[in-house]
Design a protein around this ligand. Structure first.
Ligand SMILES: *Cc1c(COP(=O)(O)O)cnc(C)c1O
Length: 216
């Protein structure tokens, strides 16, 4: 299980401190904010002590195609792939990467109209599209549960993502390594772990509300 520390709204200094204390995976939901923060942090070698792997940067928010090129310079893993058009763009722009770009397919399991993510019935088709691209490597599936005070309310959505993952891997003949689950935030990460999360994305429980206290 990987803890992705979500640093949106946190300062570059807070990120540096978290990495110093042992955080290896950093999540940002906006490309521009990640760029500013990474510039402020300087060369990635400065971030971690001896014997540590370089920090892995995860894009967890919606990616517009016109920001894809920049996103590829900043991020190691993209959790928010949810359309054929985006897969096509990322695949084309990743041709020259030394290693395939790691992606997860974001699924809108709750079906809330305001949410990004593909429809559950499109997940297999999108997984096949990623599978066809030599420049991309499918790592799994991501979802956001509806915001709710009661973490138990998130459980059916996490369970649904896990079942969907099982269906897609079986349909595409993919190995377990292509089916990791990115689910759970400060509010509901414990339930997500019980339901099989491989990545939890935790922001406020680590960094406080900062200047985004009004957002949720
Ligand atoms: C902000 C954010 C998180 C973290 O939320 P917290 O409630 O602060 O833990 C996780 N995932 C996504 C996609 C986010 O935008």
């Amino acid at each position: 299980m990987t803890l992705v520390g979500v640093t949106k709204g946190a300062s570059a200094e807070a990120v540096r401190e978290a990495v110093r204390l042992g955080l290896d995976d950093v999540g940002e939901n906006r490309v521009q904010e990640a760029r500013a923060k990474r510039a402020a942090l300087g060369a990635r070698q400065d971030l971690q002590g001896p014997g540590r792997q370089p920090v892995r940067w995860h894009l967890i928010g919606h990616l517009q195609r016109n920001k894809a090129k920049l996103a590829l310079e900043l991020f190691d893993v993209i959790h928010s792939v949810d359309s054929w058009a985006l897969i096509e763009t990322l695949s084309r722009l990743s041709q020259t990467r030394p290693r395939p770009l790691e992606v997860l397919i974001q699924v809108n399991v709750s079906g809330e109209p305001a949410k990004f993510g593909c429809r559950p019935e499109d997940a297999t088709g999108l997984a096949r599209a990623v599978q066809r691209s030599k420049a991309l490597a499918l790592r799994g599936f991501m979802t956001l549960a509806p915001l709710c005070k009661n973490p138990e309310a998130a459980r059916p959505h996490f369970r649904r993502l896990r079942q969907l993952r099982d269906e897609v891997l079986a349909a595409c003949g993919l190995p377990p390594a292509a089916g990791q689950l990115s689910m759970g935030m400060s509010q509901d990460f414990e339930v997500a772990i019980e339901e099989g999360a491989d990545f939890v994305r935790v922001g406020t429980a680590i960094f406080g509300t900062g200047d985004r206290g009004q957002e949720t």
